[in-house]
Design a protein around this ligand. Sequence first.
Ligand code: KG4
Ligand code: ZN
Length: 390
Amino acid sequence: MKILSIETSCDETAIAVLECEGEVSSPEFKILGNSLYSQVELHKEYGGVYPNLARREHAKNLVPLLIRTLKEAGLYYIENKNLKELNNVKTSRLKEILEKEPELHKLFFDFLLTLEIPDIDLIAVTEGPGLAPALWVGISFAEALSIIWNKPVLPVNHMEGHIWSVLLNSKNKIDFPAIALLVSGGHTELIYIKNYKDFEVIGRTRDDAVGEAFDKVGRLLNLPYPGGPQISRLAEIYREKGSPSKITLPEPMINTPDFDFSFSGLKTAVLYKLKEFPILTPEIQEEVAYAFEEAAINVLTSKTSRALNTFSSNTLIVGGGVIANSYLRKRLSDLTNSNENLKLHIPERNLATDNAIMIAMSAYLEFLFRNERIEDLLSGELKAKSNLSF
Ligand code: KG4
Ligand code: ZN
C-alpha cells in the first residue's frame, strides 16, 4: 500500500510517500517521494524554535513540499477537467479548517481541487508529541487532503516514528524484548519494548532533554543554534588532539538506581565553569564542548547499558536527532560490540532527525496492527496531542 505522510511537530516540514509491504515481523518499505524543509535557518536568529513562527512556516511550505513529493513519486497530475465538486458537508468542513488555519490559504484548496486524486491508500500525520501550533497545521492539512481526496487519515506518535525508523533497513530484524533510547531536542527516554505496540517508558529526563542541553550549552559557548552539531564538531577536534582535559563536569544521576536522566545541572555546571575563563577562546570552546559531550554521553551510555541488562534485552534501538552525534554512535556500538548477542539498530543519519519517512513506516505498522479495513480508519477526530506519550 502507498502511504503519504506529513510531519510538522517541530521545525521540520516534511512530506513523504512510501510503498509499504509485508507483515509486522518483516515489513518492507520503499521511498517513492520525500521532501523536507528545515526551518533551522529561520529559528537560528532567535536561538530556538518559536511555535507560532514554526506554524506559519509549515503552512507556507506544506503545499510546495506536497507538489514536489507527488512529482517525485510520479503521482502528480493536473486534471484538465472542471474543479472537483465537493458536497456541502465537505465544503463547510474545509471552511472551518481555513478559519482555524488562515495561512493554509483558500487558493491552496482551490488548487487541490484541480489535481487528479493521487494513487495513495492512506494519509499519515504526526499527532504528537510536539509543539501544539505546529502539530495542528499538519493535522489540518492532512484533514483537508483527506476531505478532498476521500482518503483515510491515521494519526501517528512521533516518538514511535523515531523507533521504527530503523526498519527502513530490512536487515534490521527486531529481537524482542528491545530497549529504545530516544534522544532528541524534546525527549530523553528509555523505553522497554516487549513487543510491537507494547511500550513501557522506564526512564525519562526530569528536566532538560539531552538535545536541549546541547543547544543550551551551545548558546553558552556562543555557537549558532542548534548547538548539538556544533558542540559535536568542536568536541571531535579536541578529542583528535588527544590531550587530556583538566575540565571535569558532573555526570548527573549516573549512579542512581533508576533509569531517569537530568541534564539541567550539567548545563549550569558549564555556565559556572565558563566564568573561570576571562575570555572564550576557540581552545576553551573546544575543551568545554568536549567535557560536556563526555559527561552527557557517559550518562546516556551507562544508563542504557544498565537498562539492557536489567531487562535482559538483546536489541538496542536508538532514535532522535542526537543520534546524529558520531561520538554517541561510537560509544553505543562499543557497548553492543562488547557482547556478541547484543544488536544495535541506529537509523541512517537523514532518518535520525525529524522526517516524514518514519511517520509513514510507523503508520504502516499501526495499520497492520489494528487489523482494520482501510475504509474503517476514516472515523475519529484528529487532535494535536503535544504531550503524547507511549
Ligand atoms: O529529533 P530532532 O531532529 O528534533 C526533535 O527535537 O524532535 O532532534 C533535534 C536535536 C537538537 O537538539 C539538536 O541539537 C540535536 O538533536 N542534534 C545533535 C546533533 N545533531 C542534532 N546533538 C548532538 N550532536 C549532534 N551531532
Ligand atoms: Zn523528533
